[in-house]
Design a binder for this molecule. Structure first.
Ligand code: NAD
Ligand code: DAO
Ligand code: ZN
Ligand code: ZN
Length: 369
């Protein structure tokens, strides 16, 4: 069949909106009509050429929501008409990683997903007779896409697609980093570096967990008001701090953060986040994805003296299990998504959506098909 899509034909090039060819679902696969998709910083990172795994031509997008239109042979857990959120971190519930209960990094389809193809090693997309790669196993910048059954979370049918698509990445990553990875407890002091689409969800996760101080750090002064709306108690703009930021934050939190979160993707702020954590017990969680080839550093004594450095992907969430619960939290108004979706647009305007992201004007832009 033909479907409308935004094609990434090469690094640094604007997306091309055109019709592409899409093959139907094979064994264990599902075709989904994507109703809405968020634009995440990570799509931009890949398009820019900074992503070491980035390959072209591809159909990007990994933060979608939609409806099952067809299931392939052997699909058991989904049927036509089900509402779903695609998962770039699948959950097969049978690989060594899933069964360990120690990680959400299901490895069942990791190799082929990283290569931009379906588990049988082939792509369902083509353009003008040439193969086009899938992206993060999702390719939500196509109106119709095909995914493995294990990479779809079934969600309730009254949830609005144009809001819950954000649970496909940003919301779950931010809130999950607090709840699943850091396991922030009531009364903890937290510092969040970067108040964008991820960091603001970390802020609301900290509020949900009952944190005491929730300090937001951002160079953009416009993020202060928004942070406060989501539960931030203190705002720090590094440009306004005299001297070093780290001792300033340690002073502010009266000894250091119980938990700090890096939501920028900058190796310098990763170090600051670790070093502002409390001696003896502070935990620092890296969420941001740094550019190809970059490395983190600190003095080992920072770890010897009890600080812990961790990282998280998709907020440590097991997608098929946890995503439907996060949709419930949104529907029950426990979390706020509406105020983070600052711009909506048709697919035709997706490049303008990325311009708004780069300018720091939007928090989340959402394409509505
Ligand atoms: P964003 O661009 O919306 O937000 C980044 C924020 O950081 C902005 O508000 C910006 O003003 C601020 N900032 C930039 N440099 C700064 C500095 N030196 N000091 C203080 N503030 C600074 O990005 P986002 O969508 O929130 O994504 C953040 C990071 O998380 C990206 O690297 C993205 O790739 C990554 N990410 C990781 C996961 C995961 O599972 N680990 C999932 C999604 C996104
Ligand atoms: O190696 O098992 C694995 C999974 C690696 C991918 C995990 C995703 C990391 C987060 C990237 C940003 C997501 C938008
Ligand atoms: Zn994302
Ligand atoms: Zn698995």
């Amino acid at each position: 069949m033909k479907t409308k899509a935004a094609l990434a034909l090469g690094a640094g090039k604007p997306l091309v909106i055109d019709e592409v060819d899409l093959e139907g679902p094979k064994e264990g696969e599902v075709m989904v009509e994507i109703k809405a998709t968020g634009l995440c910083h990570t799509d931009w990172f890949t398009l820019s050429g900074d992503d070491p795994e980035g390959a072209f031509p591809a159909i990007l997008g990994h933060e979608g929501a939609g409806i099952v239109v067809e299931v392939g042979p052997g699909v058991k857990s989904l049927k036509k008409g089900d509402h779903v959120i695609p998962l770039y971190t699948p959950e097969c519930r049978e690989c060594e990683y899933c069964l360990s209960r120690k990680t959400n990094l299901c490895q069942k389809i990791r190799t082929t997903q990283g290569q931009g193809v379906m588990p049988d090693g082939t792509s369902r997309f083509s353009y003008k007779g040439q193969k086009v790669l899938h992206y993060m196993g999702c390719s939500t910048f196509s109106n119709y896409t095909v995914l493995p059954e294990i990479a779809l979370a079934k969600i309730r049918e009254d949830a609005p697609f144009d809001k819950v698509c954000y649970i496909g990445c940003g919301v779950t990553t931010g809130v999950g980093a607090v709840i699943n990875t850091a396991k922030v407890e009531i009364g903890a002091n937290c510092v969040v570096f970067g108040l964008g689409g991820i960091g603001l969800n970390v802020i609301q996760g900290c509020r949900l967990a009952g944190a005491n101080m929730i300090v937001g750090v951002d160079l953009n002064p416009a993020r202060k008001a928004l942070g406060e709306k989501f539960g931030m108690t203190h705002f720090v703009n590094p440009k306004d701090v005299q001297g070093d930021l780290v001792p300033y934050l340690v002073d502010l939190t009266k000894g250091g953060a119980d938990y700090s979160f890096e939501c920028i993707g900058n190796v310098k702020t990763m170090r600051q986040a670790l070093e502002c954590a409390h001696k003896g017990w502070g935990v620092s969680v890296i969420i941001g994805v740094a550019g190809a080839g970059q490395e983190i550093s600190t003095r080992p004594f920072q770890l010897v003296t009890g600080r812990v450095w961790k990282g998280t992907a998709f907020g440590g969430a097991r997608g098929r299990t946890d995503v439907p619960k996060i949709v419930d939290w949104y529907m029950d108004k426990k979390i706020n998504i509406d105020d983070l979706i600052t711009h909506t647009m048709p697919l035709q305007d997706i490049n303008k959506g990325f311009e708004l992201m780069k300018a720091g004007t939007s928090i989340r832009g959402v394409v509505i098909y």
